[in-house]
Design a protein. Structure first.
Length: 77
């Protein structure tokens, strides 16, 4: 499962990092406050990690569901 998670992080980074680099390059021409730039970069990290968590769960849909069904059947039957 962790292998899938790190694969999702790599895929999401490939999508988000070019946008972040474009913003950093544009920062040389149009200056913004450093606090705003740091917040943007932290947001990029948050997007990468959030998408990785979400997409990992989408690829491994409710693998616990089968275990839960087995436990409930063992309890009630």
């Amino acid at each position: 499962m962790s292998n899938i998670f790190f694969e999702e992080i790599k895929n999401n980074a490939k999508a988000v990092v070019p946008i972040a680099l474009l913003v950093l390059i544009l920062n040389f021409f149009v200056r913004v406050e450093s606090k705003l730039l740091v917040n943007f970069l932290l947001g990029c990290v948050g997007v990468i990690l959030g998408l990785a968590v979400f997409l990992t769960d989408v690829e491994q849909p409710l693998s616990m569901e089968e275990d839960l069904q087995k436990m409930l059947k063992a309890l009630y039957f």
